[in-house]
Ligand binder design. Structure first.
Ligand code: SF4
Length: 178
């Protein structure tokens, strides 16, 4: 539910409210995130708790989990990602439609965590761009919710032109994504 205090800056009067298209789109997007949970180990259990009745991520407009990349806009990577899984993770990311965002949940997804070994990827930002990192091993549901709220702030203030910008294309190109 959108709280009135979240309404973007604009001009209001009797029976009307006017704002910019960018702010209206940002408000709609940030309150209707469809997450794709990419859970490979224990941090995924914390995410299950985050979706449960007590923490209830649905309060943030994110109750609709999508297990189809094409119908989701927030990739949540939770758990240890082996190097062999890197191409799979990248493929999932590339199947998501723009605009898309990524959260690395927990130490393993963010940096490999305690697994500084030959087989574990030392952070998913080796293969895909990450917007928000949530620390912890595992992070508590409150921290995951905090990560979602940080993503909401990013989404709400993102320029509608960002995805067409040269800077964004350069970022994707640095990951070998056209
Ligand atoms: S960060 Fe900790 S809790 Fe999360 S997947 Fe890694 S070892 Fe498990």
């Amino acid at each position: 539910m959108v709280n009135y205090t979240e309404a973007p800056d604009g001009v209001s009067g009797h029976g009307y409210f006017a704002t910019t298209l960018q702010k209206a789109v940002g408000l709609a997007r940030k309150n209707s995130i469809w997450p794709l949970p990419f859970a490979t180990s224990c941090c995924g259990i914390e995410f299950m708790a985050t979706m449960g009745a007590h923490y209830d991520l649905a309060r943030f407009g994110s109750e609709r989990l999508s297990f189809s990349p094409r119908q989701s806009d927030l990739l949540m990577v939770m758990g240890t990602v082996a190097k062999k899984m890197g191409p799979v993770l990248k493929e999932v990311y590339m199947q998501m439609a723009e605009p898309r965002w990524v959260i690395a949940v927990g130490a393993c997804a963010s940096s490999g965590g305690i697994f500084d070994t030959y087989s574990v990827m030392q952070g998913i930002d080796r293969v895909i761009p990450v917007d928000v990192y949530v620390p912890g091993c595992p992070p508590r549901p409150e921290q995951i919710i905090d990560g979602i709220m940080k993503i909401q702030d990013l989404i709400g203030s993102e320029s509608l032109r960002r995805r067409q910008s040269e800077e964004y294309k350069r970022l994707l190109n640095s990951y070998g994504i056209d």
